[in-house]
Design a binder for this molecule. Structure first.
Ligand SMILES: [Zn+2]
Length: 244
């Protein structure tokens, strides 16, 4: 098994940011974990090609949760590469498929009335943007503890908190966790999911505790990239500090 961390750049509010989809692959399978904003497809093709990978060899996409920056490009990828199977948690699938409303949109709408007047227009633009994310059919429904043999073998770990259906991917052979947004790297530190964007803060603590039971030497966060410090201590700190 090998993996590549992609540095996917995007511009927002005059700033330039990086998010980190991950490709895991072996001789048979090539799996992309999360896929960026709606315009990300051509960028992903270039980034993968830079890593010596061909997006045409992609066999599966795992979506860690249905936020716009994780599933935005999904519909365009599946349209261009129709053999790619989409894998996502059974809890998130209705949101990805458009059968249930985006929970981020529900959150945005719930806080809208209490925003200061000058923030309301950008909030409305954000809501319109969320509504424009194209739904996509999920082919494989994932549950906590699901095990897959390919790409060196990996386990699906339910890590609710940031969103209820959030999953992370654990690769025991390399003691690597692909955390999605369950964890973030900020200023070099491994931190719990950003509370501002977490729909269930207590859930993020429970998920950190759950992850602390795994043997993890490196974490790949969607926001912040690779962390190779003391993962266990960082997770325990998240659990204890925040429950004071
Ligand atoms: Zn998210």
């Amino acid at each position: 098994m090998s993996y590549k961390i992609l540095d996917l750049k995007f511009d927002q509010n005059g700033g330039r940011f990086t998010i980190n989809p991950v490709v895991i692959y072996d001789d048979q399978e090539m799996v992309l974990v999360d896929c960026g904003h709606p315009d990300a497809l051509p960028k992903l093709e270039v980034l993968m090609s830079d890593e010596g990978l061909d997006m045409a060899d992609l066999t599966k996409i795992i979506i860690t949760h249905h936020d716009h920056d994780h599933m935005g490009a999904l519909a365009s990828i599946v349209r261009k590469y129709p053999n790619v199977r989409v894998m996502a948690s059974a809890i998130d699938a209705p949101h990805i498929e458009g059968a249930a409303k985006s929970l981020r949109l529900v959150q945005a709408e719930s806080i809208h009335d209490n925003l200061p007047e000058e923030q309301k227009e950008s909030a409305r633009r954000f809501a319109t943007y969320l509504e424009s994310i194209e739904p996509t059919k999920v082919d494989v429904l994932l549950r906590d503890g699901d095990w897959f043999d390919f790409c060196g073998g990996f386990e699906i770990i339910a890590t609710p908190g940031h969103m209820p259906g959030h999953i992370s991917i654990y690769l025991p052979e390399s003691k690597t966790l692909i955390s999605g947004d369950a964890l973030v790297v900020q200023k070099g530190d491994l931190e719990n999911a950003n509370p501002q964007y977490s729909l269930d803060i207590e859930g993020t603590r429970t998920s950190a505790l759950k992850l602390s039971k795994l043997e993890i030497e490196r974490v790949i966060c969607y926001h912040g990239g690779l962390y190779t410090g003391d993962v266990h201590s960082a997770l325990i700190k998240m659990v204890s500090a925040e429950s004071l």
